[in-house]
Design a protein around this ligand. Structure first.
Ligand SMILES: NC(=O)C1=CN([C@@H]2O[C@H](COP(=O)(O)OP(=O)(O)OC[C@H]3O[C@@H](n4cnc5c(N)ncnc54)[C@H](OP(=O)(O)O)[C@@H]3O)[C@@H](O)[C@H]2O)C=CC1
Ligand SMILES: CC(=O)N[C@@H](CCC(=O)OP(=O)(O)O)C(=O)O
Length: 343
């Protein structure tokens, strides 16, 4: 059995890790850390976990924890994992769900407004888009889990970019997210009366996922890719839908396009490519799936690629667990075979 610790214990990402780990045959949750509820029984704070976990929230003492476990998951706001990893002197695996290690120093400082991790830690970190970066993930000691919008966007666009099916300089990406994407902390944006019966476009032109998506699309394309990207908050709890508009290259047919995606993901259990129609968020709810569907508009030669994920699973904790499995030589699907909850 492998022992793990989860930092950020009272937040949504941590709760989802706890839920998924109940289905994992090789994990013992040794420590659940909370800076706000230290000493409290987890199941007292969260009665839905009564009879599920017996842990008490532990203090954040990174070197003590690191001596006791194999892997530490950070489901914490930007800035926390970076400082804890820098302070950690033990040899342990770190899996960070935040944006701390996803960008270059310059981009992180510009887009997150925080000081970047030190050079050594940053250069060790591996970007954990599991399907695309498996070999590097397998060797990672610091795993940087992708953001929720980048996961759904990159999975939707990478085959089209890598196989030269779409123009890299004409990509429009429209994202819709449920409110849990903003985490458990209160904010005016996610207040019930601001979100109910309402749709809001937010962070236009300044979303922190823009440089993350551009960085990894550019890496795979071998040239600079600039995107037009807008996110919308919609009145549901979980789920992300990305609608990506691309210009088809000459000669690309609908059949060829779909076939290329099927081929690209043929070994991947968590990416389901549709031959007809487009997916909706309820079809992946609570699961680690990313579903992708297409519509090709012959008159304009545009392809519309729709991808959906559960932001808390494939967009955060599920992918973190998938990466944990790869890092530890386990079956990639361990703990993640639960089917979506529908309806
Ligand atoms: N929600 C989502 O869909 C996604 C989230 N993410 C990222 O994952 C991370 C976790 O997100 P999520 O769980 O939703 O966020 P939450 O706000 O729900 O939880 C974060 C938790 O972090 C802990 N925390 C807060 N400040 C500090 C601090 N200074 N030091 C140590 N711990 C702290 C708190 O737990 P406690 O009080 O118990 O210590 C808090 O509950 C974030 O970086 C987020 O951006 C990434 C993809 C998707
Ligand atoms: C609804 C909402 O606010 N969603 C968040 C998702 C952030 C996220 O996934 O986290 P990282 O910053 O760690 O990437 C947002 O759009 O910023």
């Amino acid at each position: 059995m492998l022992k793990v610790a989860i930092v950020g214990g009272t937040g949504y990402g941590a709760l989802e890790l706890i839920r998924l780990m109940q289905h994992h045959e090789q994990i013992t949750i040794h420590s659940i850390v909370s800076t706000s509820e230290e000493g409290e029984l987890v199941s007292t704070r969260y009665p839905h976990l009564k009879g599920v976990v017996t842990n008490t929230f532990d203090a954040l003492d990174i070197n003590k924890i690191a001596k006791e476990v194999d892997t530490i998951f950070y489901a914490t706001p930007a800035g926390v994992a970076k400082s804890q990893i820098e302070a950690c002197t033990e040899d342990v695996q770190h899996i960070d769900l935040s944006g701390d290690f996803r960008l270059s120093k310059e981009d992180y400082e510009a887009w997150y407004g925080l000081s970047a991790p030190d050079k050594d830690a940053l250069s060790q970190a591996v970007y954990g888009l599991s399907e695309v970066n498996k070999d590097a993930v397998a060797k990672a000691k610091i795993l940087s889990n992708p953001g929720c919008f980048p996961t759904a966007t990159l999975l939707a666009l990478l085959p089209g970019i890598k196989e030269s099916l779409i123009d890299t300089q004409d990509l429009v990406i429209d994202g819709k997210t449920g409110v849990s994407g903003a985490g458990r902390k209160q904010s005016l944006l996610t207040h019930y009366s601001e979100t109910n019966e309402n749709v809001t476009a937010y962070k236009l032109g300044k979303h922190q996922h823009i440089p993350e998506i551009e960085r990894y699309l550019s890496e795979q394309a071998g040239e600079d890719v600039a995107i037009t990207f807008t996110t919308h908050l919609i009145p549901m709890t979980r789920g992300i839908m990305m609608t990506c508009y691309g210009k088809l290259k000459d000669g690309v047919t609908e059949e060829g396009f779909i076939q290329a995606y099927k081929e690209f993901y043929k070994e991947e259990k968590f990416v389901r490519v549709r031959e007809t129609g487009v997916p909706s968020t309820s079809e992946v709810y609570g699961s680690n799936y990313c579903d992708i569907g297409f519509h090709i508009h012959e008159r304009t030669r545009r392809v519309i690629i729709v991808s959906v994920i559960d932001n808390l699973v494939k967009g955060a904790s599920g992918q973190a667990l998938q990466n944990f499995n790869i890092m530890n030589g386990l079956d990639e699907q361990m703990g993640l075979t639960v089917s979506p909850v529908y309806p």
